[in-house]
Design a protein around this ligand. Structure first.
Ligand SMILES: *Cc1c(COP(=O)(O)O)cnc(C)c1O
Length: 294
């Protein structure tokens, strides 16, 4: 993992150069601990080590970028890792879970009903040597870690910063880091996830809540991890035109949304826009071979 691998790419050509739009390629950090996940894990892992824990335990679905990132980063930092996975154990494990096991993670499969009761899981598995990381790294520590995504490169000249929103932890971090002239726009990848607004505000101080930000709910493509032929086509286009690989759960919807908003006149023509490539490319392995050109 080397944050010097992260760079800013000009993708103005993808919208016919009508706008000044760049992308922060945080996907290049590492193929597994990619994009925002490494940033969100920083303080949880540091705290676990500082408190003498041997193990970090967390939660996620069978394709979770957070699970596989925790498995690898935990191992690198000398911690054991445990993942509580949503749903019964399938006959064939997803590539994500296979990787997690290879990285040394112990997996426990829990029914969807039980998965929704995280406190119960934590209580039933109490262990003084374990530190728990919330699902998706959601929490103030996750957001504080994500803050530094805006300081790897000089991002002060951008007035609009656009990111994908799952749990909203990264977006909260970007809001915390934003300068006075900057607005953070989040593209929600879940359908009708109106409560995300509250979830993000919970991670902000009274002062930070008054900063400029907006969540947009129009680009979920049917819901979490749902996709359409148009979205796949868009992903292949972005790759063939600019060699920007996107994942179908988060960053494809993010970029599609950003360009669609641009075409609808959402941004001032003199705006300088930065889109955050938050990684997640490992999830594309769930596609049939040949669906994507990259
Ligand atoms: C997890 C993830 C997100 C969502 O981050 P949140 O902090 O949960 O909103 C966005 N993009 C990618 C690629 C991710 O893996």
């Amino acid at each position: 993992m080397n944050i010097n691998n992260i760079y800013i790419q000009d993708i103005s050509a993808l919208c016919g150069k009508t706008l000044n739009i760049n992308i922060l390629r945080a996907d290049t950090l590492d193929p597994v601990v990619s994009g925002n996940k490494w940033f969100k894990l920083q303080l949880y892992v540091k705290d676990a080590i500082d408190n003498g824990k041997t193990t970090v335990a967390t939660f996620g679905g069978p394709y979770s970028n957070h699970i596989v990132a925790t498995s690898k980063y935990g191992a690198i930092m000398g911690l054991k890792t445990v993942g509580f996975i949503r749903g019964e154990k399938p006959t064939n494990l997803s590539p994500t879970l296979t990787d997690a096991i290879q990285n040394g993670m112990t997996l426990h499969f829990v029914s969807r009903e039980d998965f929704d009761q995280k406190e119960k899981i934590i209580a039933n598995n109490e262990n003084p040597n374990w530190a728990w990381i919330p699902e998706g790294g959601y929490g103030v520590k996750g957001a504080d870690g994500a803050k530094s995504m805006l300081s790897i490169k000089d991002t002060s000249s951008y007035d609009t910063i656009i990111c994908a929103v799952g749990t909203g932890t990264m977006m909260a971090g970007l809001i915390k880091a934003a300068m006075q002239h900057q607005k953070i726009i989040g593209i929600s990848v879940l359908k009708n996830n109106i409560s995300i607004d509250t979830a993000i505000k919970k991670l902000l101080t009274d002062e930070e809540v008054n900063k400029s930000f907006e969540i947009i709910h129009d680009y979920h493509f049917g819901g979490y991890a749902k996709h359409t032929p148009a979205l796949i086509h868009f992903m292949n286009d972005c790759y063939s035109n600019m060699e920007v690989p996107l994942d179908f759960v988060y960053t494809a919807k993010l970029l599609y949304g950003a360009f669609d908003l641009a075409s609808k006149g959402k941004f001032n023509p003199s705006s300088k826009i930065l889109v955050i490539h938050s990684g997640g490319l490992q999830g594309n392995r769930s596609f049939k071979k040949g669906t994507l050109i990259f």
